[in-house]
Design a binder for this molecule. Structure first.
Ligand SMILES: Cc1cc2nc3c(=O)[nH]c(=O)nc-3n(C[C@H](O)[C@H](O)[C@H](O)COP(=O)(O)O)c2cc1C
Length: 197
């Protein structure tokens, strides 16, 4: 268990409580079967019309060019720490429904749900996932030849927890800092908008 475990107001499942987004990853590879389990969890997420709009490109350090492609698409700040992760993932979504080619308003929402399942399955394997919006979808599209009706949504770094000392001072401070959340009363309403439950 990490010392970044959430200080929750009400009891929640250990996997959710312990999940967080580290930047220091250990120099330790992840077995392919374990990576596939994590992706399998994403596969079983709910989605609008059961479209399953998610697509994942998986880069494994030292093993495929996808790793370099995903890393190079990231902004410099993210590249700096994400290059320590043994696995990089690019999450894409199909923007239209397969059955009628009409826009799927919830494709991004569905990819997010799959990413949440992926992150929790990773936790069950003692792996941590750090998602990143800081990348260039255009660079990713060019490198991976992503078709027009798909959108590159996020990149992710995944691996075992590493030593915060490998980070620069600012990232190290954030790595060791306390996680914060809005109070439940600010995000959850009862008898009308902003009325307490
Ligand atoms: C869609 C998305 C984009 C994010 N983009 C970045 C990013 O580009 N760089 C980064 O260091 N963290 C990024 N994060 C991580 C968030 O900052 C982090 O999840 C948030 O601060 C909450 O911390 P926790 O995940 O440790 O609970 C992103 C997270 C999500 C879900």
């Amino acid at each position: 268990m990490s010392n970044k475990s959430a200080e929750t107001a009400y009891p929640i499942h250990e996997l959710i409580k312990n999940r967080w987004s580290p930047r220091a990853f250990a120099d330790k590879p992840v077995a392919l079967d374990v990576i596939k389990s994590v992706l399998e969890a994403a596969r079983w997420a709910a989605s609008c019309f059961n479209e399953q709009p998610w697509r994942f490109i998986v880069g494994i350090k030292g093993q495929n060019d996808s790793y370099t492609g995903i890393l190079n698409s990231m902004v410099e700040f993210n590249q700096k720490w994400a290059q320590n992760a043994p696995v990089l993932i690019l999450a894409c979504g199909k923007k239209v429904f397969t059955h009628n080619q009409k826009p799927n308003r919830h494709f991004s929402y569905d990819v997010g749900q799959a990413a949440a399942s992926l992150s929790l399955q990773a936790m069950a394997e003692n792996l941590y996932v750090h998602q990143m919006a800081g990348f260039s979808p255009d660079k990713a599209r060019e490198f991976f030849d992503i078709p027009e009706d798909y959108e590159a949504i996020t990149t992710m770094a995944m691996g075992y927890l590493g030593d915060p000392d490998i980070l620069d001072e600012k990232s190290k401070a954030s790595e060791l800092g306390t996680r914060t959340r809005r109070p439940l009363s600010e995000i959850c309403f009862g008898d009308g908008w902003e009325k307490a439950l």
